[in-house]
Design a protein around this ligand. Sequence first.
Ligand code: HEC
Ligand code: HEC
Ligand code: HEC
Ligand code: HEC
Ligand code: HEC
Length: 311
Amino acid sequence: MHKERIRRVLSLCFIVLLWSPFSASNATEVTDYERARWDPIHFKPAIDNATDEQCLACHQEVLEPSVKPQSPAGVKATDALAWYQTLDVYSGDQETFHRRHLVTPLAKKLMNLKCNFCHQGNGPRDETPYPDTKGDGSYTLRKMVNPEETCLRCHGQFNYKIMTGLPGHWNDVREMMGNSCLSCHAIFRTERHQVNYLNADAIEAATKEKTADGKENSDICFGCHGGRAWYQLEFPYPRHAWKGQDPKVPDWAKDRPTESEERFRLPAKPVVEKVADKVVEKVADKPAAAAKADTAAKPAKSATDAKKASD
Ligand code: HEC
Ligand code: HEC
Ligand code: HEC
Ligand code: HEC
Ligand code: HEC
């Protein structure tokens, strides 16, 4: 980052810090770039309990629209469409990475990502000071996020080989299947998305919004399960028990967890559920937030684990 920009960001941080109620305690302490950069909020354990507002007090720029109208070579952003931007659910102008995951309409509808969902504590000391091409690879170039635990969940391959009854990849068989994931997934693996970083009900509801030709829109599901695959790998999803499940566990599933990771789990739904739908939303929201704070207090993974995973 250029000095000028840093100074800008810092003066901004400072102003916001003075104003914001949640970081009042920091307001007098954080006075220079180095202190801000090494602010304990960047590291375990503080980062686990950090709110987006706290991070944004200094990093507001990550959510500002900043896509240039055209590239230096003159390609207009409005004319550029990447292969992953051709799903039915893609809409709006070109956006930055952070905005596409946090503030665009689709992101807000389907997901509930927080800064610390991806940023799990990032020590500048762990970043290599030079490109480590001849070394043992024990430092990474950047260590801001562990893709295996984040991106891969929604940008892995479509694992059709384990989907009994699917003759091929979705790109080849979607017409044959009536463009519907739910034709099978109304029966199989119906216990899904009960985690604090996804909006499970909104995902199911969105799928049922019909497309122009009156069919189910499988791109909602496919988008996160192969339609924007940056990786050759599939994410090994937990395999929650579902009603009508064959008790025999297939070989591929023998090592699969049967529950989502602890830090993402929602509390059991409150009993009021059956009484009135309206009440549920309110009641269910609160424990979700509380549970997050609880599980966030979990001790940090060991350094070796973290290293292994990010290498
Ligand atoms: C008090 C201000 C402040 C707060 C609060 C803050 N940061 Fe930072 N952060 C900085 C500064 C300053 C840097 C260094 C920027 C640079 O050198 O480009 C930085 C750097 C970073 C980086 C880049 C690290 C690297 O390896 O280069 C990330 C990622 C980051 N912060 C995320 C967060 C997250 C997530 C939160 C909330 C949990 C947060 N920050 C809260 C000031 C802050
Ligand atoms: C979906 C995962 C994800 C979420 C959610 C996320 N980030 Fe990031 N963030 C990343 C990745 C990946 C990078 C690294 C980008 C790169 O290497 O250029 C990054 C980079 C950054 C940087 C370094 C500066 C930069 O622009 O490269 C800062 C600061 C940052 N994020 C802050 C935040 C804050 C604050 C939030 C919450 C409002 C947030 N991030 C939410 C994945 C995420
Ligand atoms: C919880 C699911 C989820 C996670 C985790 C996630 N993404 Fe995404 N990502 C999405 C969705 C949904 C979209 C599509 C947004 C749209 O079309 O508006 C998307 C879009 C993108 C795009 C295209 C942006 C654009 O404007 O076309 C990129 C690039 C991307 N993700 C990279 C990443 C990376 C890198 C990570 C990990 C740091 C990550 N994603 C983590 C769900 C996720
Ligand atoms: C012909 C039926 C069928 C169709 C259509 C189908 N699936 Fe599946 N799917 C299955 C079966 C069967 C399983 C594995 C059930 C089990 O765990 O034994 C499965 C598993 C999955 C899994 C879990 C993978 C894992 O590694 O645990 C995901 C995610 C998934 N399907 C997504 C989709 C999406 C998205 C679509 C539509 C684009 C789709 N499926 C269409 C039958 C189908
Ligand atoms: C915003 C991204 C996103 C969308 C949209 C989405 N999924 Fe998922 N799906 C995920 C993630 C992330 C997980 C893993 C959740 C966890 O942590 O347990 C998952 C898990 C699953 C699983 C594994 C269930 C289990 O046993 O835990 C199945 C099956 C599945 N999704 C099918 C679907 C179908 C069908 C749709 C459309 C109705 C869909 N997904 C839409 C991101 C998405």
